[in-house]
Write a protein that binds this ligand. Structure first.
Ligand SMILES: [Zn+2]
Length: 270
């Protein structure tokens, strides 16, 4: 069997392989979706697609998924899996590390100033969230299957949206207050779902804050905001930058920087 590998770059999100087109006898047996169980890679879902011209492997919700042309058989997939095993293993690992960032359980809890999240069992009804001044409560029926990826994704989304609304209400005015105290004028402030950093400041004076700042204690939110505001005076992280920042923080920069190591811009559940 001839294999054609299309790797755009090392961190490819999908792997493709061609399928020989001599399997007419199997076409009638095709279902729209089937499953392959691999002892090492786990369940691989197979999706037949009329427009597909080759096999494409992706990692979806921590599992491998393969889209194949209508004329491909389970055997074609099994052969491709064996040939591509090393690469598929890496694809799966990368996919899993992306998808397992937050897993909600009945004990999950976030306790931050202005945002408390907790789970509580409720009688009857569908799983639902209740928002109040303190934060958000997830009300769930006793028989809920917590392993459903759809549930985990939905919960992540509603919690992040709640954090975004609160960040808009609490962080933006706080940033403007700190700016005024220091006689600084950011051009624009916006809240983003950034997981790579807590905040940023552009040369045009636009400040972006990650909505995950809401999960930090207030003095560390201020620390990040002062950091970005200081960039309005000094773009780089040189000596002058740190002198200005340390002054704004009352000499606490190093201590706060150390404290920041305990936190990451993600949904950290207790
Ligand atoms: Zn910076």
């Amino acid at each position: 069997m001839r294999l054609l590998l299309n790797f755009a770059h090392r961190q490819a999100q999908r792997i493709q392989a061609t399928v020989p087109r001599d399997r007419k006898e199997d076409i009638e047996k095709m279902n729209e979706e089937s499953l392959l169980n691999d002892s090492e890679l786990g369940r691989i879902s197979i999706h037949h697609n009329a427009r597909a011209k080759q096999m494409t492997f992706r990692c979806k919700d921590g599992q491998l998924a393969c889209t194949v042309p209508v004329y491909a058989t389970g055997r074609d997939v099994a052969l491709a899996v064996n040939r591509l095993r090393d690469r598929l293993r890496r694809l799966l690992q990368r996919g899993k590390s992306r998808s397992v960032q937050s897993v909600f359980t009945p004990q999950s809890r976030i306790e931050a100033d202005g945002f408390v999240f907790e789970c509580r069992q409720a009688d009857g009804g569908k799983p639902r969230v209740q928002e109040d001044a303190r934060g958000m409560t997830f009300l769930y029926p006793a028989e809920l299957d917590w392993t459903m990826p759809e549930l985990q994704q939905w919960l992540t989304r509603v919690v992040e949206e709640c954090l975004r609304r609160r960040a808009q209400r609490m962080l933006v005015p706080r940033l403007m207050q700190l700016a005024t105290q220091r006689g600084l004028h950011p051009r624009h402030v916006n809240i983003r779902k950034t997981k790579s950093r807590w905040g940023s400041c552009s040369t045009q004076g636009n400040i972006q804050l990650s909505l995950y700042l809401m999960t930090l204690p207030p003095h560390l939110r201020d620390f990040i905001m002062h950091h970005e505001l200081t960039h309005l005076m000094e773009m780089n992280h040189g000596e002058r930058f740190h002198a200005l920042l340390n002054q704004a923080l009352g000499g606490q920069e190093a201590a706060m920087q150390r404290e920041m190591k305990l936190y990451h811009p993600t949904l950290t559940l207790q």
